[in-house]
Design a protein around this ligand. Structure first.
Ligand code: SF4
Length: 309
């Protein structure tokens, strides 16, 4: 992803930033899987009510066009739920990759027909797939076949597995299968409670080493380097409260919910603290500078802290 989408044709952004703005967009909560380690486990009934099927894809394309006009090409990371489950997802990607760098989570439960259409119509256009292997829902060979198809077509990707405690005994075998297929495979620490113990803090040193594997070697690759940093951070989970430190979330990064509400980061979103506004509002803007954090904890967005950058 060297060139910039619409770099030459686009007018200059009206509110330029010192680096590309990043949005994490929770496009919908709906998912066709029910993983026991999902953050939404036990809350599906209430969470699914928050999806906004009444907001059409065209309205979202308008929003992201306005963000492009305002801030220039940004990084949009689409997450869910299962983003590919969103009606018209391939068409949405075609529109977004005209303007932004786009990456998204997927469980790769796509039909082969949808996968081929995606490769043909979206292909390598400023896109990356963070594929999640959920071993209780899909056979490892089927998943590897689809991930290999993505890779063989030159599309940026990474394969991930969540180290939910009951899966720890299988991590090495899975790692080997993915390595045999020549696929980049990253194990993510589980973040939650299992049998009354709070993870990732409850992992033993041996389990930490198992999860980390050789992930640190990915650091040479910019995007996978972020994964490596993330795994390293989560697994060691420095729990020093970030409150009182200057943070660039809300300034160069924000989280967008299915109804358009925007928060500076996940810890703020999870407590409905200080929404930045709604992205469907024409006047919506990110903050003009880093601001102090007021949270006692931070997970994966710690990298926006000014003194971490
Ligand atoms: S340090 Fe973490 S919790 Fe605090 S504002 Fe930044 S991203 Fe949010």
């Amino acid at each position: 992803m060297q060139e910039s989408p619409r770099a030459e044709a686009a007018p200059l952004p009206t509110r330029p930033r010192p680096e590309r703005v990043q949005f994490q967009w929770q496009i919908q909560y709906a998912c066709n899987y029910r993983c026991p380690y999902c953050v939404f486990e036990g809350q599906w009934e209430s969470v699914l009510k928050l999806d906004r099927k009444d907001i059409k894809m065209e309205a979202w394309v308008e929003v992201w066009t306005r963000m492009h006009r305002t801030y220039g090409p940004g990084d949009i990371f689409i997450t869910g739920g299962e983003p590919s489950y969103y009606r018209g997802f391939v068409d949405l990607l075609k529109a977004l990759t005209e303007m932004h760098y786009v990456s998204f989570d997927t469980n790769l439960s796509w039909s082969w027909e949808d996968l081929r259409r995606f490769v043909k119509e979206v292909g390598k256009r400023y896109i990356r797939l963070d594929t999640s292997f959920h071993s209780h829902s899909v056979d490892v060979r089927e998943f590897i076949a689809k991930a290999s198809f993505i890779k063989d077509n030159g599309i940026n990707y990474v394969c991930r597995l969540v180290a939910w405690p009951p899966l720890l005994s299988k991590v090495e075998a899975f790692r080997e299968e993915f390595a045999k297929a020549g696929l980049t495979f990253v194990v993510y620490p589980f973040n939650g409670v299992y049998e009354g113990r709070d993870y990732p803090a409850a992992y033993t040193d041996a389990e930490r080493a198992l999860i980390q594997g050789r992930t640190h070697e990915l650091k040479g690759d910019m995007r996978n380097g972020e994964q490596a940093d993330f795994v390293g951070h989560m697994i060691n989970m420095h729990r020093e409260p970030p409150a009182g430190r200057l943070c660039r979330s809300g300034f160069i990064y924000a989280r967008v919910l299915p109804d358009g509400t925007v928060y500076r980061c996940q810890p703020y979103e999870s407590r409905w603290m200080e929404p930045l506004g709604n992205i469907f509002d024409e006047a919506f803007a990110l903050r003009e500078e880093p601001t102090l954090c007021r949270s006692q904890w931070c997970e994966f967005e710690y990298r926006y802290l000014v003194d971490q950058g």
